[in-house]
Write a protein that binds this ligand. Structure first.
Ligand code: FAD
Length: 313
């Protein structure tokens, strides 16, 4: 059976049909109930420098426009209240709902707020950061462009010695002579940069030449993420167990986020950052007054730290 003359036959005709159908739809534009203001105060970006070459810059967020006297927190309660067909209420009621959502890990309303950052950081920090998979990322291309001459470099005083208790960390400053030797090693690694430039000028492909650069070199990216996943990122990377070099970025990011969603951040500090998780064994130890029922020394040390924080000694 042949198709009727009005039935589109080619993919091109199909697309045209859909576009025409969309053109026929009317958009109803609804005025806001109160005048709207920009949560970033009309700024193009809010930037916080990190160490010598790094920065975290907030370049956009959603919602960007909010009603008078409101913060972007309103988008969270608005989404949470959709179930009851109610919008934003008074600020103190919004605060109570936000705190309830945070306490009960009702997380999807927090995904209604988004942030877009422009960040410059050393490659070794970017490697840790990129493990957070829920963000949208677009990174500087060292295949397309020459890598700028920017390297991470600690001061002599900030070179840390390997921690004796934590294999993943460093703690106290190391003695000056060893720190200076480390800085001199970084100097030699940075010296590769001149040869990198030279070889790219000689025609070596940028995508290959970059392999000679150390992980202390800087990269940049745009990083967009929703608030729920940003809080997850922050809870892991603000934590004292996170490496200092990524922690300073997380702290800068938190400073920016807190300005936009202060009520959420207040709840985050009360119920996540400042909160403590107790295991079943720990609850039992508190209840019975007996020692923790485990032989595991690391678990015992963790319990000891919690006991001190709880004032149980
Ligand atoms: C102090 C510290 C030390 C670390 N040490 C190491 C290390 O030695 N080696 C190492 O490899 N990594 C290490 N990491 C990285 C760590 O294991 C996580 O990869 C990283 O923190 C990202 O966490 P995430 O997966 O929860 O976050 P995200 O990727 O942002 O994901 C957020 C949440 O989304 C969900 N999710 C996302 N993607 C998926 C998926 N594909 N499937 C199912 N659920 C998903 C999960 O619930 C996840 O918790 C370390 C991290 C920290 C903070």
């Amino acid at each position: 059976m042949s198709a009727s003359s009005t039935t589109p036959e080619t993919p091109h005709e199909l697309h045209q049909d859909a576009a025409e159908a969309a053109n026929r739809l009317e958009i109803r534009k609804v005025e806001p109930e109160t005048p709207l203001g920009d949560v970033m105060g009309g700024a193009a970006r809010w930037e916080i420098p990190v160490d010598e070459h790094g920065f975290v810059a907030l370049v956009d967020c959603m919602p960007r426009l909010v009603g008078e006297g409101q913060t972007a927190d309103g988008a969270i309660v608005q989404a949470a209240r959709v179930s009851y067909g109610q919008g934003t209420k008074k600020v103190n009621e919004d605060r109570g709902l936000l705190r309830y959502l945070m306490r009960h890990r009702h997380s999807t309303p927090f995904e209604m707020v988004e942030f877009k950052f422009h960040v410059a950081m050393p490659l070794f920090v970017a490697r840790q950061w990129i493990r957070h998979r829920t963000a949208n990322v677009n990174e500087y291309s060292a295949r397309y462009s020459i890598v700028p001459d920017r390297f991470w470099r600690p001061t002599v005083e900030s070179v840390r010695s390997q921690s004796k208790t934590n294999r993943q960390g460093g703690d106290e400053p190391i003695e000056t002579g060893t720190a200076e030797r480390f800085l001199s090693l970084l100097d030699r690694a940075e010296a590769n940069y001149r040869e990198y430039l030279d070889l790219t000028e000689q025609g070596v492909a940028r995508e290959l030449a970059r392999a000679a650069l150390p992980v202390s070199v800087f990269t940049e990216w745009y990083w967009k993420c929703d608030l729920h996943n940003i809080l997850h990122f922050l809870s892991l990377r603000i934590d004292p167990h996170a490496q200092r070099e990524i922690r300073v970025y997380a702290e800068a990011m938190y400073r920016l986020v807190r300005e936009i969603v202060p009520l959420t951040c207040e709840a985050f500090e009360d119920y996540r950052l400042g909160a403590m998780h107790l295991t079943r064994l720990e609850v039992e130890a508190i209840r019975s007054g007996n020692p923790l029922a485990t032989e595991n020394r690391r678990e015992q040390a963790e319990w000891e730290a919690k006991r001190q924080r709880l004032g149980l000694d």
